[in-house]
Design a binder for this molecule. Structure first.
Ligand code: GLA
Length: 389
């Protein structure tokens, strides 16, 4: 058991006295609906069975002692609940600290410190939301430890707030929501404009979800994520002058075509086109799944990638290579980049008997073209955060 190793590490570093809790929060993969969550559109993510393990104990003083088994060489990082400000040297601990700060901003001040040891089996910076997983995990631990009255949905909103305001990434609600609200075997069809959601069973019959990691590292903060967001905002401002809408997600494809000339910059028009069409594709994809039409679902995934590549321009040669090589194989039902893009992962639906061939062929072609290896994960859809012990 992974958590037993994390617990052992905790005891080795911080001793075994007192009340020690063991927790887990998943990572997530988005099946379709990319770059729609900050445009009032729909998303369709699911939680994974891989994620972040945390072992924690409340302290009587104000001290924070954090250790990650993923960054052993960094050692224990110390700070205090009285000094919750983002610092470059604080590295990954800016995520848990950000969540503690965010609780304070929401009227739930954390008055006591804690010892925390973490281990994540989500590849870092891969686009499977290792940071949102850590945020939701921290909120879940704080709730358990201090008895704060917050729902899982609140944990998602607090996580997003901390990422926006403490860590400087203007992300939408998708990742934290998928993680906090995850349900095994189901994806979450979420309307980000209203936070109304429904669980949709993922029945893939003889097919698997395969994640291919490009191993191209990216940091959201220094990527063009925030730039895309403001391009969409500029398009929305101009569209609002000719049609009564709140968000790009309010438009149908036909309406977009009718009003698009109101957007003066071509680049913003392309970004808005993606946001509108991707939102409609997501609605259609969930409908297809309800009708057991996995083939159509796959085609919509493929179309999503094309739009992210050509109109949203967030793919790059690494993700394009993984997807285009996947498309060549008969056993692939659909394949697209997932997450923010600019590196990270792709998600593919692959027939069970073709998974081995997929990993072999896509892997070899990627290595040849890009010059380093990709990694492949056959994943299962898991539950939201839990206390394990
Ligand atoms: C990142 C963000 C999400 C979402 C995706 C793109 O994962 O954290 O809010 O915008 O990119 O769909």
């Amino acid at each position: 058991m992974i958590w037993e190793e994390v617990l052992a590490k905790f005891k080795e570093l911080f001793g075994d006295e007192g009340e020690i809790g063991v927790y887990f929060a998943p990572g997530r993969v988005n099946m379709i609906g990319e770059h729609t969550d900050y445009n009032g559109g729909h998303v369709f993510p699911c939680a994974l069975t891989i994620g972040t393990y945390g072992v924690a104990r409340k302290r009587e003083d104000k001290k924070l002692r954090f250790y990650s088994m993923n960054f052993d060489s960094v050692g224990v990082i110390e700070s205090s609940v009285e000094n919750l400000v983002p610092e470059k040297e604080a590295g990954w601990t800016n995520y848990p600290k950000g969540v503690m700060w965010a609780f304070g901003e929401k009227g739930m001040k954390v008055e006591q410190g804690m010892d925390l040891v973490l281990f994540g089996n989500i590849p870092n910076g891969s686009g499977l939301s290792s940071s949102a997983s850590l945020e939701v995990l921290t909120g879940f631990i704080l709730r358990d430890m201090f008895g704060f009255e917050v729902s899982n949905q609140d944990l998602a909103l607090i996580g997003q707030f901390s990422e926006n305001r403490f860590n400087g990434v203007n992300c939408g609600i998708m990742d934290q929501f998928a993680i906090a609200m995850g349900k095994a075997g189901h994806a979450i069809f979420l309307d980000t404009a209203t936070l109304k959601y429904e669980y949709a069973p993922i029945k893939l019959e003889n097919a698997k979800i395969v994640i291919s990691s490009s191993n191209k590292k990216r940091g959201l903060g220094d990527s063009k994520y925030n730039e895309r967001r403001s391009e969409c905002e500029r398009a929305l401002e101009e569209l609002k002058k000719v049609v009564s809408i709140e968000a790009l997600g309010d438009l149908t494809e036909e309406q977009f075509e009718q009003y698009k000339d109101a957007v003066s910059e071509e680049v913003c028009r392309k970004r808005a086109k993606h946001a509108v069409y991707e939102n409609q594709r997501t609605v259609k994809a969930v409908e297809a799944l309800k009708n057991n039409d996995v083939k159509l679902f796959g085609e919509l995934m493929n179309a999503s990638h094309v739009s992210l590549r050509d109109d949203y321009e967030v793919t790059g040669i690494e993700l394009d290579t993984l997807v285009e090589e996947a498309w060549k194989l008969d056993g692939v039902i659909g394949s697209r980049m997932t997450g923010a893009g600019f590196g990270g992962c792709t998600v593919s639906i692959v027939k069970e008997d073709a998974v081995e061939e997929f990993i072999e062929k896509v892997g070899a072609a990627y290595q040849k073209k890009i010059g380093y290896a990709a990694d492949f994960y056959v994943v299962e859809i898991g539950d939201g955060p839990v206390k394990l012990a």
